[in-house]
Ligand binder design. Structure first.
Ligand code: URA
Length: 249
């Protein structure tokens, strides 16, 4: 079993965006931080950073934000960018303000284009991020693709071949699974994530992607009741669906 990390309370809360250490000290002095129902007396008290801390600690009578080690799924809407610094609306703007001041920072696990919607994972846990994006993890991602032109009929075979070469690349794509939904729409499941991969794959077979939406990563699906712009935290069961057993959560 891994050891539970401990942190000084003022450091923990400052890292979670609740203010400077001095400001956290003021909150403690004002009796506004409670743990298991009792006021915390010392801002330098060491706290075990357990998953259930949000249920046990309250700040100004509100549950503590999720402690470090958080992972979430976001239904990324169209028109929002997966970047910390580009101009225009960013995915981070969809999270509570305080979460944007956290250290370690929350980052996206991989990216979706501005014009792609759907399932986007985010975490402040570097280990989890690497386990998910590592090519060795071989985690599949499924996209629903709407096309400008009807499918020709040979796309599934070409995508499954493992020989398709995208323009200006020197390595063929890994085999991908395409399942037609209609004449002009399909699911495409990939196990790698090259730049604009889905759009470039369909361009390579003479088509054009009109709309792109990711609905699944590994065994984790975007829930129907999670609307565009909404997010929810991932629990152990979600992580078990996401990560294959060999690297399991
Ligand atoms: N492929 C694309 O072309 N865009 C995405 O956002 C994801 C996969």
């Amino acid at each position: 079993m891994s050891k539970v990390p401990t942190l000084r309370l003022d450091r923990l809360l400052a890292n979670m965006g609740y203010g400077s250490r001095r400001e956290v000290q003021s909150l403690v002095n004002a009796g506004l931080v409670t743990l298991d129902g009792a006021e915390v007396e010392d801002a330098d008290q060491r706290i075990a950073v357990t998953r259930d801390l949000s249920e046990r600690m309250r700040i100004q009578d509100k549950p503590l934000d999720p402690p470090p080690g958080l992972a979430l799924m976001l239904h990324k809407p169209l028109g929002v960018t997966c970047s910390h610094k580009e101009a225009g609306p960013l995915v981070y703007g969809l999270l509570p303000d305080r979460w944007r001041r956290r250290d370690p920072a929350i980052s996206t696990i991989g990216r979706l284009d501005k014009d792609t919607s759907g399932l986007l994972l985010m975490t402040d846990d570097g280990n989890l991020l690497h386990r998910v994006i590592s090519p060795r993890a071989n985690i599949s991602k499924r996209y629903r693709v709407d096309l400008d032109r009807p499918l020709r009929g040979d796309e599934a075979e070409i995508f499954a071949s493992g020989t398709l070469m995208l323009e200006s690349e020197d390595k063929p794509l890994l085999p991908a699974l395409m399942e037609a939904i209609s004449e002009t729409s399909a699911y495409l499941t990939l196990t790698e994530g090259r730049y604009h991969q889905v759009r470039r794959m369909f361009a390579a077979v003479g088509n054009h992607v009109a709309a792109l939406h990711r609905d699944r990563i590994g065994g984790l699906s975007l829930p129907e009741d999670l609307g565009p712009g909404q997010y929810r935290l991932l629990g152990e069961a979600d992580l078990a669906l996401l990560l294959p057993p060999a690297t399991g959560a």
